[in-house]
Ligand binder design. Structure first.
Ligand code: CDP
Ligand code: CDP
Length: 211
């Protein structure tokens, strides 16, 4: 069983994907981390994320970087959203994501293009969204809890810039797959968002069995 969870920054897709993975005892891949690792590699070596060649070279990051807490920083997120516009970078990361999705027993993946590009044949697809104000408040809370001095307005501007870049790029833009179910988490607690997500997956599985 493959479950695809897509959506914009701080929509709650990671929280939902982790909960679904735990519920169905499936492995989970946060694909944003791969792009963040490419972005962080460039930050570390003074490379320009807009330079496609430098970004492609940075795709050969060391796996241990994937657990580096700096990947959660805003800087890595912004660099990730720039490197992810290069088709060569997306192509370099595709095999790793597809083989994770197709491992025996299945998997849960979250990102921007899981339902559209990485696993178009997924058994259940969720598209998670929330208003940009609410997403910025969530991300601001996360960053301040980690002791980062950043204003709400700055986080909101970042979220909007990233939304725009992610949805307007030519290569695998952020969009809801036709067969994805929309889940708006703006006014949902984490518990009810997870509850709705499990319901959606159950309905898809039931439809698949009966159809
Ligand atoms: O956690 P958050 O939603 O803020 O970001 P993320 O999922 O870690 O993704 C960081 C950036 O990587 C996004 O802004 C996208 O530009 C890019 N990304 C992508 O292009 N495709 C994916 N499947 C996942 C992330
Ligand atoms: O993966 P993504 O960037 O889409 O979001 P996330 O990391 O799952 O969630 C971003 C933040 O919003 C986390 O601190 C979550 O605990 C919080 N959240 C929330 O307050 N309400 C929800 N319904 C979902 C997530």
């Amino acid at each position: 069983m493959i479950i695809a969870v897509d959506g914009p920054a701080a929509s709650g897709k990671g929280t939902i994907a982790r909960a679904l993975a735990a519920h169905y005892a499936l492995p989970h891949l946060d694909t944003g981390l791969l792009y963040r690792a490419v972005g962080q590699t460039l930050i570390d070596h003074g490379g320009d994320p807009a330079d496609a060649k430098a970004a492609l070279a940075a795709c050969r990051f060391k796996d241990k970087l994937l657990v580096d807490p700096r990947l959660r920083d805003d800087a890595a997120g912004i660099a990730a959203s720039i490197v992810s516009t290069h088709p060569a970078v997306r192509a370099a990361l595709i095999d790793r994501q597809r083989s994770f999705a197709r491992q025996p027993g299945g998997a849960v993946l979250d990102g921007r293009d899981i339902g559209t590009v990485i696993a178009p044949d997924a058994d259940a697809k969720l598209f998670v969204r929330a208003t940009s104000q609410i997403r910025a408040r969530r991300r601001h809370n996360e960053l301040t809890a980690r002791g980062m001095a950043v204003t709400f307005d700055h986080v909101l501007a970042d979220i909007k810039a990233r939304d725009k870049r992610d949805s307007t790029r030519a290569a695998a833009p952020l969009r809801q797959a036709e067969d994805a179910v929309l889940l708006d988490t703006s006014y949902l607690s984490i518990e009810s968002a997870i509850h709705h997500a499990i319901d959606i997956v159950e309905q898809r599985l039931a439809a698949r069995t009966s159809g």
